[in-house]
Design a protein around this ligand. Sequence first.
Ligand SMILES: [Zn+2]
Ligand SMILES: [Zn+2]
Length: 232
Amino acid sequence: MGYIYDLHVHSKELSGCSSSAVRDMVRAYKESVYSGFVLTNHFSGRTNPLLGEVSWEEKVTAYWNAYLDGKQLADELGVDMFFGLEYGYGMAQEILLYGIDVDFLLAHPDLCDNTPEQLTALVQNSGGFVSHAHPFRNRFYVPKDYKHMDLTCLDAIEIFNAGNMELDDAKAVIRCNELGLKITAGSDMHHCELLATTLNGGIEFPERVTTNAELVAALKSGEGKLYRHGTR
Ligand SMILES: [Zn+2]
Ligand SMILES: [Zn+2]
């Protein structure tokens, strides 16, 4: 058995839709089959409703501090934890950013002015890795003719998301193969108590990864396999 990582996890400090503190998430993953996870809190625009009116520096520092809080416990417990973001453009246009850190965010105070394609290039040029979260998720508020981003510029597509319908994931697998992109997968975990009881997933790597560079290299290698467990 390899090393399983959940690449899509939220915590309540920065994601209003999550009910779990980052430290409770860490404890839940410690008790699970996973070796670790990436904290990918929702990020859109210059502020976050949970933070009120804050500067760019205050905003990105809050994201980083929530990560550090979890990371401290993760290190104590032997859980491999990474910083990431789920950057939302609205209309279910959400991209997962991996291999970035607070220095990257502080260096780009104009980050929110970028199109999804520009943001993808920015992250890639900084040594990061970008995947489209649940690219074929159907939502009532997304117009049928809404023009989604150019998927070809991405590194990967999320081919499994526990919050998806099976059909949405199946479409993602087909499109990923057509485009020759790498894969990511995750639980889109928002409530730590669900980790043991509902459908969840991630990517299983043959080797353990402990740094952002190792995570990005492992994702780029294409050696990771889809892991999924449980039922919806
Ligand atoms: Zn959410
Ligand atoms: Zn999510």
